[in-house]
Design a protein around this ligand. Structure first.
Ligand SMILES: NC(=O)c1ccc[n+]([C@@H]2O[C@H](COP(=O)([O-])OP(=O)(O)OC[C@H]3O[C@@H](n4cnc5c(N)ncnc54)[C@H](OP(=O)(O)O)[C@@H]3O)[C@@H](O)[C@H]2O)c1
Length: 245
């Protein structure tokens, strides 16, 4: 198969709704629908897949990970290429998006790059149910903390991003639990999925979107396929879906 080279730097997105950013989710999955192996996503996506994630970051005002992903893999909003940062600057954006993480427990790895780096801005979204000593420990890293009302964290976080950070585009980079919660809230606008040319083969491994309850036909999220780009060099397919409403 002839390799096609996808380019996500030039795609466009609609304007954000009033009360939340326009939300896009990006994940890489094996061909058998798993997003982790040996505890992280490493090994599932090629360098091209990682490049595409960074190209999506070109558009983002904020990137988001669940605390589970921060604990397993670490995270940042870096673009890894000054040319991509230049592109953001020409579009009137800061050189890197604001990185964010969402946690209920406040049990966060404070020695990770997310907390120690200073070349990108970052914010910790923390439930007000988190123990006060953990809140103090997170604040001591110098990162901003936004406290969210317990039980309403996700909608409150999205409102905060839109109104306090003026975020028009949020790029969610997993993991499955926060993806599942966002889909349940009908707060996802687009889903980018790299389908990798590997089989993981295991029954305790995660799918890209996950909720602890039985799904139903009545509540299926309907998707419209925007693009599907095969890459014969990496044996991946890059899928872009829009949520149908
Ligand atoms: N293949 C890929 O593209 C990809 C991408 C990303 C991640 N991953 C993998 O996915 C795995 C992690 O996924 P995961 O589903 O276990 O975790 P996750 O979605 O990254 O994070 C879940 C955590 O987010 C916090 N959270 C979720 N909903 C919340 C709410 N309403 N309010 C406050 N906090 C909330 C909680 O943190 P606390 O526990 O701190 O309360 C929860 O445990 C890792 O192995 C990672 O490598 C794969």
């Amino acid at each position: 198969m002839e390799p096609l080279v996808p380019d996500y730097t030039s795609i466009t997105f609609p304007a954000a709704p009033a009360d939340r950013p326009y939300v896009i989710v990006n994940m890489v999955s094996s061909a058998d629908g798993r997003v982790t192996v040996e505890g992280t996503e490493r090994g599932l996506g090629s360098a091209r897949d990682q490049r595409l994630m960074r190209e999506l970051r070109v558009h983002a005002d904020v990137t988001l990970n669940g605390a589970g992903t921060l604990r397993a893999s670490g995270t940042s909003s870096r673009l890894g290429d000054p040319l991509l940062e230049d592109l953001r600057e020409r579009r009137g954006l800061p050189r890197m998006p604001i990185a964010s993480v969402l946690s209920r427990s406040g049990d966060l790895p404070l020695d990770r790059l997310f907390f120690t780096a200073r070349d990108f801005d970052a914010i910790v979204y923390l439930s007000d149910a988190a123990p006060p000593e953990r809140l103090r420990a997170v604040e001591a890293t110098g990162r901003r903390v936004a406290l969210l009302p317990a039980g309403d964290e996700m909608p409150a976080m999205l409102r905060h991003m839109r109104h306090e950070l003026s975020a028009g585009l949020l790029l969610v980079e997993g993991g499955p639990k926060i993806n599942g919660e966002l889909f349940d809230l009908d707060a996802v606008d687009e889903f980018f999925l790299t389908l990798g040319g590997v089989i993981v083969n295991g029954n305790v491994l995660k799918p890209p979107v996950e909720r602890d309850r039985p799904p139903s036909i009545a509540t299926l999220t309907q998707l419209e396929l925007v693009s599907a780009i095969p890459n014969g060099e990496t044996n991946e397919v890059y899928l872009r879906y829009r949520v149908r409403r």
